[in-house]
Design a protein around this ligand. Structure first.
Ligand code: ZN
Ligand code: ZN
Length: 253
C-alpha cells in the first residue's frame, strides 16, 4: 500500500512505538512503527506457538468456548498479550494506539493484521466483496478521554489495506456498563450482552463480518458481538485482534 506522508516523516522522524528511539529513513519508508531491534523482538513474538494448535500465533485461529457457542468461527491475532509482565513490547504498542493516538502504529498493526485477514479469507474461500469490516466500539467516556477509538481506527486502516468496506455495525446501548476486567466469565458474558447491540442490520445481512478489536482477553465481548451479528443475518463472523490472552487460547479447541 502506498503511504502518503513520508516527506513530512523524513523531516520530522517519528519515534519507535516501543523504545522511543527515532526511526531512520529505511524504517520510515517501509512503514514500520518499530526500530530494527524492537522489530526483531516483534517478529520473534509473532513466532510463539499456540499451546492448543501448536501453530505460530499469527497462523493460529483458535477460539474460546464462548466464541464457539456464539458462532464466531475464528480469531486471528498477531501476538499474545502477557499480563503482569512489565512493559513487554506488545503492551507498549497497544498503549500507543489506545492512549496516544499514534497513527503510524495503527497503520503498521493494520498492515500486519491485513495479511492474516487475507489468509483467513482465502482459507475459507470467501471473496473480499462478500466481506465487511466492523469493530467493537469503545466506551464513550474512554473515547472522549483519549480522543480515539483504537478498534475503529484499526478497522479503518484495515479497510484501506484490504479494500473491504468498514461499517459501524455495532453500538453500545445507552447507559453505564461495568468494565469487563473485574468480572468472572459468566458475569462478563451477561455484561457484554447488556452493553452492545446491532445498529446496522442491512450492513451485516448475508455478509462475512470481520470483527476488529485491539486486545481479546476473556473473549466474552467478541463472543457476544459475534452472536448479535449472526442473529442479524451475517453468514460468518471472524475476529481480528492485535493481541490475545494466551490463557484463553488454551481453553479453545
Ligand atoms: Zn525500538
Ligand atoms: Zn491455536
Amino acid at each position: 500500500m502506498i503511504r502518503r506522508r513520508p516527506l513530512l516523516e523524513l523531516l520530522f522522524p517519528p519515534a519507535c512505538a516501543s523504545c522511543r528511539t527515532l526511526l531512520d529513513r529505511s524504517d520510515i519508508l517501509s512503514g514500520r512503527a518499530l526500530c530494527p531491534s524492537c522489530q526483531r523482538e516483534w517478529e520473534s513474538e509473532k513466532l510463539e506457538t499456540c499451546p492448543s494448535c501448536a501453530k505460530p500465533v499469527t497462523a493460529c485461529r483458535c477460539i474460546t468456548e464462548d466464541m464457539e457457542k456464539c458462532k464466531c468461527e475464528a480469531l486471528c491475532k498477531l501476538v499474545y498479550y502477557i499480563h503482569g509482565k512489565r512493559e513487554p513490547l506488545q503492551n507498549r504498542l497497544i498503549y500507543s494506539i489506545k492512549q496516544e493516538r499514534r497513527r503510524r502504529t495503527v497503520e503498521f498493526l493494520a498492515s500486519e493484521l491485513a495479511e492474516s485477514a487475507r489468509d483467513l479469507l482465502s482459507e475459507q474461500g470467501i471473496a473480499t466483496q462478500d466481506a465487511v469490516l466492523t469493530y467493537i466500539p469503545r466506551a464513550t467516556a474512554a473515547r472522549l478521554q483519549y480522543g480515539t477509538d483504537q478498534a475503529r481506527e484499526l478497522a479503518r486502516a484495515l479497510s484501506r489495506e484490504l479494500s473491504i468496506p468498514m461499517l459501524p455495525l455495532l453500538e453500545r446501548r445507552p447507559g453505564m456498563s461495568r468494565p469487563q476486567k473485574h468480572l468472572n466469565s459468566e458475569e462478563r458474558l451477561k455484561n457484554a450482552k447488556k452493553t452492545y447491540r446491532v445498529r446496522d442490520f442491512d450492513g451485516c445481512r448475508r455478509k462475512t463480518v470481520l470483527l476488529v478489536d485491539d486486545i481479546v482477553t476473556s473473549g466474552a465481548t467478541v463472543a457476544i458481538c459475534a452472536r448479535l451479528l449472526r442473529r442479524a443475518g451475517a453468514y460468518h463472523v471472524f475476529a481480528l485482534a492485535v493481541a490475545a490472552d494466551e490463557l484463553q487460547s488454551e481453553r479453545g479447541r
